[in-house]
Design a protein around this ligand. Structure first.
Ligand code: BES
Ligand code: ZN
Ligand code: ZN
Length: 452
């Protein structure tokens, strides 16, 4: 982490300034004496937000990295004047996220830049969120052969326990006893056993129902018998970004001792092909008792999430439910890689969520839940179908899950577009996993702590 600068040698200083202070161009260099300064323009002072600072700082540090800088002092003066501690935090976070590198299996390691902060350090809360984002990125970037469901469970429970979070791993056998047929139908398609990961953080009053954070944990999604074409298989190891997001958010809640109760539930499976794997046309049961017709084995996420939601409601006693998943290619067609789609059945919950997104700087857009869309997942032979018979893939995937929410306040987020970028969409991203939704989920839960 960053240290305060004590006038040690540094070859570069990274500083920000608004247009009114004379930053005519976005980037400019001033060299006087030993340390050269790279100035990054922030635009008009009136419009600067934490997100502006994050992007500018990221752009600056990537530029310096490109110039071969070895030691850099970050000067948060302008950010602090504009946004106080939030500006300092945003500058440090933008730099750290921009310099993130996934674990590498190269035999020769790259060396890191040495970074200092002039005059003031980022807050502990900001540091913990930056680390949570990087941890989420690590999990999503990890190759599927290095991260099967048991690995995900071990990594998550070991880390969570060090922050006092209670953990439980529900095995395939235990899930069978609970009647989790939808979860196991997918999980049984692979040689690596599935498991359900449960993490309970209790920072709030004992009588406060926890929020249930349910994240899709498919460690690899081949599509199953509805096999994905090779051209669509590049990112299949990243199909557990929803799980990584709820995990990262929960860790940050625990590290900051936020006074709220939250329970993470992660159904983790591989979606593969075995001789007796499920196939289109099958009709299966679920923990809720509802029956499901399989229209497509590549729509596996909603099957495992359905049982995880039922488990969260009936076994963990959660109040509000939130599920998050890299669920549909359709959301990428709608919103691209910068904006996630969501559905919500409760106006107060929706408002809390949008306010949390405004704090984090992430972009979300609400989708409609008209009755006509519910008709699209009716099945002639079962209670519900796992695919739509008439398009609207993102909405119908969400409404499939709504079937299992038992009238609880519910919010569903599809991060298939935002969890992974082949090239950065914002400067603080790096190729691959983005750590999407970690900060928004954290701020949502933190706001709920204030309300309680
Ligand atoms: N994990 C995928 C969705 C996905 C697509 C994530 C692209 C990231 C990038 C999901 O399991 C899936 O395959 N969904 C299908 C559903 C369809 C068969 C109804 C899809 O979107 O094509
Ligand atoms: Zn799939
Ligand atoms: Zn999937």
């Amino acid at each position: 982490m960053l240290k305060l600068w004590n006038q040690e040698a540094a070859d570069w200083r990274l500083a920000l300034r608004t247009e009114t202070e004379g930053a005519g161009s976005r980037l400019s260099v001033e060299a006087d004496g030993k340390t050269a300064t790279l100035w990054v323009g922030l635009g008009d002072a009136e419009t600067v937000t934490a997100e502006t600072v994050r992007r500018a700082a990221a752009k600056g540090i990537k530029t310096l990295k490109g110039l071969g800088a070895k030691t850099v002092v970050l000067d948060p003066a302008a950010a602090k004047t504009l946004l106080e501690q939030d500006g300092v935090d945003a500058m440090a976070q933008g730099v750290a996220l921009a310099l993130y590198r996934p674990r590498s299996w190269k035999t020769e390691e790259q060396t890191d830049m040495t970074l200092y902060m002039a005059s003031v350090l980022p807050s502990e809360e900001s540091n913990s969120l930056t680390e949570a984002i990087c941890l989420a990125r690590d999990l999503v970037n990890c190759p599927a052969n290095h991260l099967v469901p048991a690995d995900l469970a071990r990594t998550m429970t070991e880390t969570a326990r060090t922050y006092g979070v209670e953990t439980e791993i529900i095995s395939a056998e235990q899930a069978r006893a609970l009647g989790m047929e939808a979860f196991l139908t997918v999980g049984d398609s692979a040689g690596h056993a599935p498991c359900l990961i449960v993490l309970r953080y209790r920072g709030g009053a004992p009588d406060q129902a926890p929020i249930g954070l349910v994240g899709k944990g498919v460690t690899c999604d081949t599509g199953g018998y509805c096999l994905k074409p090779a051209s669509s298989m590049k990112g299949i190891k990243g199909d557990m970004a929803g799980a990584a997001a709820v995990f990262g958010a929960l860790l940050a809640l625990a590290r900051n001792k936020v006074p709220v109760n939250a329970t993470v539930v992660i159904p983790s499976v591989e979606n593969r092909i075995a001789p007796d794997s499920f196939i289109p046309g099958d009709v299966i049961g679920s923990m809720s008792g509802k029956t499901i017709e399989i229209g497509n084995t590549d729509a596996e996420g909603r099957l495992i999430l359905a049982d995880a939601i039922t488990y969260a409601l009936r076994k963990e006693g959660v109040g509000r439910v939130l599920d998050i998943a890299t669920l549909t290619g359709a959301v990428v067609g709608m919103f691209g890689f910068t904006t996630a789609g969501f559905l919500c059945n409760d106006e107060a919950y929706c408002t809390d969520f949008m306010e949390a997104a405004a704090v984090s700087g992430e972009q979300y857009w609400r989708l409609p839940a008209f009755d006509e869309y519910r008709k699209m997942i009716e099945s002639p032979v079962a209670d519900v179908s796992n695919v739509s018979n008439d398009g609207c893939g993102t909405i119908t995937a969400g409404l499939f899950l709504e079937t299992f929410t038992e009238s609880h306040p519910w919010l569903h987020i599809d991060i298939a577009g935002t969890a992974w970028v082949d090239s950065p969409k914002w400067e603080y991203q790096t190729n691959g996993a983005t750590g999407a939704a970690v900060t928004t989920l954290y701020h949502l839960c933190k706001a709920m702590a204030k309300e309680a």
